[in-house]
Design a protein around this ligand. Structure first.
Ligand code: ATP
Ligand code: ZN
Length: 298
């Protein structure tokens, strides 16, 4: 366990489950996380984003279409369940009892744990034509990524608050750029020295290296980073992604003039922001600086 993780667990803020990256959260942790969520809602109120809340799942059909398996097969969390006849139930229990593998007795269901909060949005907005000016959606969801780690900031299930812009290339890029600017200020107002950096996704395999280089060269992904686990490798507490035509093409989203829609999303890593608050201001929110407390605990 890292020292910071040990401190969080000792204080009861994170509750270990026995699997790296899977934790319960205490009431104090939740109050801070949800307080930060309200802070974002207040600051972004005038944007009038359309609120949508999905369960932390994406349909398997849409997941397969999205191309996630091409880039991140190692992170995926498809849902499996037992679908054999009752006569085979005893065999399943016996295997479990004996500590033998039992995965081959399961079959895939129609759902996959969502890897990012925005995934259910693209197929949804594809159902009706976009009006001029495009759309702006607000989502919040637990997300799953199979990346077990002892870094408390790298969890297997964590929440993302995301805003998604769907429209023309210029609309998406301008929107993304002004978000980098203002989110940086919002985080600095909370005493978090967030710095923006060009970034790339953790694409799988050898081909992935090229994809990552290309993403960086085109400035398609930015992050706001702060040191949480180590100073040398600061953690991304927020990401800003411009997907260009990817989701528009994949799910058939068109602009009002018939051109393929572009999309961009900005996402707050809710657990990471919360951990950063504990890291910078201490493990006891009662002792946080007044300026931080009044923004988070309204
Ligand atoms: P990283 O480079 O650290 O793996 P990422 O580039 O994969 O992050 P995104 O896919 O852009 O992250 O996800 C949006 C936000 O969700 C990130 O900015 C981060 O704050 C948060 N996040 C991503 N992965 C995790 C995780 N394993 N645990 C907690 N928060 C995470
Ligand atoms: Zn997204």
């Amino acid at each position: 366990m890292s020292t910071f993780l040990q401190e969080l667990v000792a204080k009861g803020l994170l509750i270990p489950t026995g699997v790296d990256g899977v934790y319960g959260r205490s009431g104090v942790f939740e109050d801070a996380l949800l307080g930060f969520d309200s802070y974002i809602s207040r600051l972004a109120e005038n944007d009038k984003a359309q609120v949508m809340r999905f369960p932390p799942l994406v349909t398997r059909e849409n997941f397969e279409k999205s191309g996630y398996l091409k880039s991140f097969p190692h992170l995926a969390g498809p849902v499996f369940s037992f679908n054999r006849p009752p006569a085979e139930h005893a065999a399943l229990l016996e295997r479990v009892q004996n500590g033998e593998p039992w995965a081959d007795m399961l079959a895939m269901t129609d759902t996959v744990l969502t890897p990012a909060a925005c995934y259910p949005v693209y197929p949804t907005v594809a159902r009706e034509p976009l009006a001029k000016g495009g759309r702006l959606i607000d989502v919040f969801s637990y997300c799953f990524r199979h990346e077990p780690s002892i870094d408390p900031a790298r969890m297997q299930m964590f929440r993302m608050r995301e805003f998604i812009r769907i429209g023309s290339p210029a609309e998406c890029e301008e929107w993304r750029d002004q978000w980098i600017e203002r989110a940086g200020h919002w985080l600095q107002d909370l005493g978090l020295p967030a710095e923006s950096a060009i970034a790339n996704d953790p694409f799988f395999g050898r081909g992935g290296k090229m994809l990552a280089l290309n993403q960086r060269a085109q400035h398609l992904k930015f992050e706001l980073v702060v040191p949480i686990a180590t100073v040398e490798e600061p953690t991304a507490i927020m990401s800003f992604n411009y997907h260009q035509e990817h989701f528009g093409k994949t799910f058939g989203i068109n602009q009002s003039d018939g051109e393929v829609a572009h999309t961009a999303c900005v996402g707050f890593g809710m657990e990471r922001v919360t951990l950063a608050l504990f890291k910078f201001h201490g493990l006891d929110p009662d002792k946080w600086p007044a300026g931080v407390r009044e923004r988070i605990f309204v």
